[in-house]
Design a protein. Structure first.
Length: 382
């Protein structure tokens, strides 16, 4: 039995086929242009919403589908990555890190107002946790929210926020209590709120098609009704959210590696040197065999963690391992793909050039490689 048959059923294949057709029709003809423009049209959110893609994995009552079916989400994510643009996937999928806390812990009125608009693509959702003073040290974030009657007054800033410039709703981590993880809360902040401004779009090494921005809060008044979960319990919400984000990043890394391998195989068949296809030289044949082996191991390990997550099991240690392993493999395969294509691999017109750049963020976002190792070590009682 192949890994595909073991983890994905007929309904997942329908999801996969639908998303692949969407990518072929709505993204691939334009992705090179969008990458150079460093943005994609806002209209794509509406198209993805109408196609049911944004709602995969979310409750039907809000316009979603396949609630609780993690492998439907995996299938959709893998097919979106066939756009060849990690930035587009990150931007289009920013709801997947911003919206879950609202659904799980937000008030009913908040959920009913916000979630359907986001799943339809009418509104865009972002998560705002990272600050200029420190990215990985979430427990010591500085953005302060002080209760003032029916409002919180928020002051501080965020940076490296995916969809930061164009989002309508932001799930923002703030400090409502004392120092450390016990004083952190989550607030939903809406664009246009007095005192809230969006800074410049940031220039990045990769993920060109995603918009990444700075956010500023200057005595910004946020209604108390926009509190997500209980006050001072936000850190637990963030940590729970991180597990799904790390699975998503492992899947992105594996698909980045998959595309790099496919491009390398195609080049090995087509490119000739010294009178024969380069794939017939043993050194390259063996390199391709090793690339395929490494990817297969990484993908299998990632899928096993998804199975356990779908069953409600804790995989704090294992999903950290999966993220590190997958990003390590993607590092190797994108490097090898550029090397195999030679000069063409260094050209902007080459997919592997983009994969090589986009890949670099995957071992940083969602918790750095070093933080993952710290989590793994703590889970081992070290």
């Amino acid at each position: 039995m192949s890994a595909y048959q073991e983890y994905f059923d007929e309904s997942h294949q329908l999801v996969r086929d639908s998303v692949r057709r969407f990518v072929e029709r709505e993204i691939l003809p334009y992705i090179a242009e969008w990458e150079e423009a460093e943005e994609f049209p806002r209209e794509l959110y509406l198209k993805a919403g109408a196609a049911g893609i944004l709602g995969i994995g979310y409750p039907e009552q809000f316009g979603g589908s396949h609630e609780g079916d993690l492998f439907a989400k995996v299938a959709a994510s893998e097919e979106l990555m066939r756009s060849g643009s990690g930035g587009l996937v990150a931007g289009l999928g920013s709801l997947d890190i911003g919206l879950p806390p609202v659904i799980k812990w937000g008030r009913n009125e908040l959920r009913e107002r916000v979630v359907p608009q986001v799943l339809s693509g009418e509104k865009i959702m972002a998560l705002a946790v990272t600050e200029p003073s420190g990215g990985s040290d979430v427990a010591n974030l500085k953005t302060r929210a002080v209760r003032d009657g029916d409002f919180y007054r928020v002051s501080g800033s965020k940076t490296f926020i995916t969809s930061g410039a164009r989002a309508d709703y932001y799930t923002v981590a703030v400090r409502t209590g004392g120092e450390g993880f016990g004083g952190v809360s989550l607030l939903l902040v809406e664009k246009g709120t007095p005192g809230f401004t969006v800074g410049r779009k940031l220039k990045k090494m990769g993920w060109w098609a995603s918009d990444t921005a700075e956010l500023f809060f200057d005595d910004c008044k946020v209604p108390v009704e926009n509190l997500i979960g209980m006050e001072n319990m936000g850190f637990a919400c963030i940590m729970a959210n991180f597990q799904s984000e790390r699975l998503a990043l492992a899947i992105m890394a594996n698909m980045t590696a998959q595309l790099a391998l496919e491009e390398s195989l195609s080049w090995a068949h087509e490119r000739e040197a010294f009178g024969k296809p380069i794939g017939r030289f043993q050194v390259l044949r063996h390199r391709l065999a090793e690339m395929a082996t490494q990817l297969e191991v990484s993908r299998e390990f990632t899928y096993r963690q998804a199975v356990k997550m779908a069953a409600g099991k804790s995989v704090i240690k294992e999903i950290s391992m999966a993220k590190n392993f997958a990003t390590d493999i993607a590092d190797r395969l994108t490097y090898d793909a550029v090397q195999m294509l030679g000069g063409m691999g260094y050209m902007r017109e080459s997919l592997v050039e983009r994969l090589y750049r986009d890949n670099r963020i995957l071992s940083i976002g969602g918790g750095t490689r070093e933080i993952m190792n710290e989590i793994i070590a703590k889970q081992m009682n070290l």
